[in-house]
Design a protein around this ligand. Structure first.
Ligand SMILES: [Zn+2]
Ligand SMILES: [Zn+2]
Length: 235
């Protein structure tokens, strides 16, 4: 289901004929996309109610979450990590294409579920070294837009990644969990009971799971996860 973009404006009143951001040959009417491109985004139709992994039916909880319930309550991850979503995420992360963050956030926002909005958004922090190398935190860039449209604060300074870890890619689920254990430090979250972690791509959920655990230890009772896309671990 497509929901209205609400506050998301991709053009001013004098520029109603801007082209679609993806195909460029039709008018971008729905969050910058033509109706054909908007309806062809790789949406995850039915997913685990807890971790967001694609499942054959809605309303189910996957075996992994039943055996090992994650520290977060639920995930809102609308897309598969496939083109054009994956291309936009790579453009953002590896080519510094910051307008892509706004587009991805808008496409997420357009598919948001009809649920209570959290009190605040907390982007997954990067380690200082990685932040210096990249120059920006892609999760913070996504959260800034989502926070503006949801009208909730973005807590970009309450949590730090205190250990530099190897990239998660190439590791299996168990090694991923071990790789991120204890890497986050959070503070100043008093009074918050419902927070959403914002990330770009989720694979096994180990990073957001560890961050959720950190926030829960700080007294945040209900931690959910918002991410653009769900990737699958290559066997
Ligand atoms: Zn189009
Ligand atoms: Zn699950």
């Amino acid at each position: 289901m497509l929901r209205a973009c609400g506050a998301v404006k991709f053009r001013g009143p004098g520029n109603l004929t801007a082209p679609c951001l993806l195909c460029g040959d039709r008018q971008g009417l729905v969050c910058g996309l033509c109706r054909a491109c908007a309806s062809e985004l790789p949406v995850i139709a039915t997913a685990c109610a807890r971790c967001g992994i694609p499942l054959s039916r809605a309303g189910l909880v996957c075996a992994e979450c039943q055996q090992r319930p994650p520290a977060f309550s639920r995930c809102y991850v609308p897309f598969h990590y496939r083109d054009p979503i994956s291309a936009r995420i790579r453009a953002l992360k590896f080519a510094g294409d910051l307008p892509a963050a706004r587009e991805l956030a808008a496409w997420m926002w357009m598919r948001r579920p009809p649920r209570a909005i959290p009190q605040a958004l907390l982007p997954v922090p990067l380690h200082r070294r990685r932040l210096l190398w990249r120059g920006f935190n892609q999760s913070l860039e996504l959260a800034r837009h989502l926070g503006e449209w949801a009208r909730v604060p973005v807590l970009g300074d309450r949590c730090a990644r205190i250990a530099y870890t190897a990239a998660q890619s190439g590791l299996d689920a168990r090694r991923r969990r071990r790789n991120v254990r204890g890497v986050f430090h959070a503070q100043g979250l008093g009074g918050l009971v419902h927070v959403a972690i914002v990330d770009d791509v989720i694979t096994t959920g180990s990073t957001v799971g560890e961050l959720a655990r950190t926030l829960r230890r700080q007294g945040v009772e209900d931690v959910e996860v918002w991410a653009v896309a769900r990737a699958t671990l290559r066997p």
